[in-house]
Design a protein around this ligand. Structure first.
Ligand SMILES: Cc1cc2nc3c(=O)[nH]c(=O)nc-3n(C[C@H](O)[C@H](O)[C@H](O)COP(=O)(O)OP(=O)(O)OC[C@H]3O[C@@H](n4cnc5c(N)ncnc54)[C@H](O)[C@@H]3O)c2cc1C
Length: 470
């Protein structure tokens, strides 16, 4: 089979679908989306049963289709905040989005198909059911929507050895195992480990039966700072605190202190230095739950789990056959090196605005449809990799502001952004007269220039090298 198409999108996760949705909304083009999994939604197909988005549904998914009802939860741990979809709801959203795209007659979605490279007459795609190879002739561009493919516990291979008589489970299997273990050892420093610990405490496992191997401590945001629409002032306040701290910081350590003092960042154990930053957030409920776990092991990463001991980078601890070890060590967000997003025959979807994967992919779809010059598109989309630690924070924040300022100078683009449901600030104009929002906007405007300059100076100092204040 030789199929012709304008664009071949490789990967039908959030990025590939958000890109396609925005592209075909603006331009009459033919798009073929291929996905090697049997369904749509990318890593969300393999998440644990109790996962939810950590950001509100209001600004997640594809641009043309709402996810949820923009409801504020009244009960539960998310009470007072905008609803957050479950993994299943996220996958339903993407399936529905793909169905609507297919109905345009311009988009073809092939699941169970893997991109394997270039052939003589086009892109080589393998049907994973039959093993057959097909060539797809691409008139315009191949869109790499798997460059930042997520790594999740259910599908990753642990980077350490596990002996046959030790019990290691991905977090997905925790509910089934909870009654059959005397104690639990949770492995990992990030949000998945927080989810595992919170789930255990919420399910009546006494905190003294939980041990947490935390190679690094992490910085988190508070969930209250990422609430859109009626609560959009929370987001503006957070951004303005970033700018204020950025303008005044003398080095990375000082930056962290300022961000923590303002409430912009928090850590589970304020007495212990934190370095990791992945842009994730916690609620008061989660914080209360995980702070009950006192047995925290800080001996570096796990190297080997044996029947009766765990060997770590900096020591070893006892374990046993009745201990369930919960693997939360998958990388999650991939930190591939930045490359130009718009290339002559390829588009490599990456991050631009911080912590906004769906918005970024849709923005690139819009620009591909509405701009001719790749250099211009790349000027508007400087790649901005996900942060792994606070050392990456100055670069990530500074590049976000730089890109946003460029967007503001383009009337059509800023109009698209203002109307996009994926833009977490879209309700800002409706609330700018509120005193707290006005204060935040003024604080941001005052500090963003000096902060951009200062963050450039301290970028890479890693806390060890102070720059002159002033
Ligand atoms: C646990 C978790 C929770 C998250 N929560 C949030 C959140 O609340 N809010 C938020 O904004 N972000 C969140 N993120 C960030 C997340 O990375 C994005 O939300 C998004 O789902 C990533 O989508 P993606 O399409 O880039 O990657 P993926 O979901 O990994 O999709 C890539 C797809 O490409 C396919 N593929 C790879 N190679 C090929 C090939 N050769 N041929 C065909 N197909 C191929 C893969 O099968 C996969 O389906 C979360 C991430 C994780 C890991």
């Amino acid at each position: 089979m030789l199929v012709n198409t304008d664009y071949l999108v490789v990967g039908a996760g959030a990025s590939g679908l958000a890109f396609t949705d925005a592209l075909v909304a603006e331009e009459d083009v033919e798009v073929t989306v291929i996905e090697r999994r049997g369904a749509l939604g990318g890593h969300w197909l393999n998440v644990y049963g109790f996962v939810r988005l950590h950001t509100p549904s209001a600004y997640y998914g594809v641009n043309s289709l709402a996810l949820g009802d923009d409801r504020i939860d009244e009960v539960g741990e998310n009470a007072g905040f905008y609803e957050r979809a479950t993994g299943e709801e996220v996958c339903e959203h993407f399936a529905q989005a793909a169905e609507r795209l297919t109905q345009t007659g311009r988009v073809r979605v092939l699941t169970g198909h893997e991109h394997v490279g270039h052939g003589a007459d086009g892109e080589l795609v393998r049907n994973l059911e039959t093993g057959e190879l097909h060539e797809i002739a691409v008139r315009r561009k191949v869109v790499d929507a798997r460059y930042l493919e997520a790594s999740v516990p259910a599908t990753h291979a642990p980077s350490f050895e596990v002996s046959a008589d030790a019990r290691l489970l991905p977090i997905n299997d925790l509910p089934a195992a909870v009654r059959s273990a005397s104690s639990f050892t949770v492995l990992g420093s990030g949000k998945t480990a927080v989810d595992a610990c919170t789930w255990l405490v919420d399910n009546d496992v006494e905190p003294d039966r939980i041990r947490w191997i935390r190679p690094r401590d992490a910085w988190f945001h508070h969930r209250s700072a990422f609430q859109p629409l009626e609560q959009v002032g929370s987001i503006m306040t957070g951004i303005s605190l970033d700018a204020e701290a950025g303008a005044q910081a003398t080095d990375i350590d000082d930056l962290c202190e300022r961000l923590e003092a303002s409430g912009r960042l928090l850590r589970i154990d304020p007495s212990w230095p934190a370095t990791m930053y992945r842009g994730t957030m916690l609620s008061d409920h989660e914080l209360r739950a995980v702070r009950q776990i006192e047995h925290v092991v800080r001996l570096g990463r796990v190297r080997r789990i044996e029947a009766d001991r765990i060997v770590l980078e900096q020591g070893q601890i006892e374990t046993g056959s009745d201990v369930v070890h919960v693997d939360c060590t998958a990388l999650g967000l991939r930190d591939a090196p930045p490359v130009p997003i718009f290339q002559p025959d390829r588009i490599v979807l990456q991050q631009v605005r911080l912590n906004s994967p769906c918005f970024n992919a849709a923005l690139m779809g819009y620009l591909e449809a509405c701009r001719d010059d790749d250099a211009d598109k790349n000027r508007l989309c400087p790649p901005n990799p996900y942060a792994r630690s606070m050392d990456d924070w100055p670069r990530m924040v500074r590049r976000t502001w730089t890109a946003e300022q460029r967007w503001l100078r383009e009337p059509d683009l800023s109009g698209w952004i203002a109307a996009s449901r994926l833009n977490l600030l879209r309700a800002l104009p409706d609330h700018v007269a509120e005193p707290s929002v006005r204060t935040a906007v003024e604080r941001f405007v005052t500090h963003v220039g000096p902060a951009t300059k200062r963050l450039r100076e301290i970028d890479g100092t890693g806390g060890s090298r102070a720059v002159e204040a002033g």
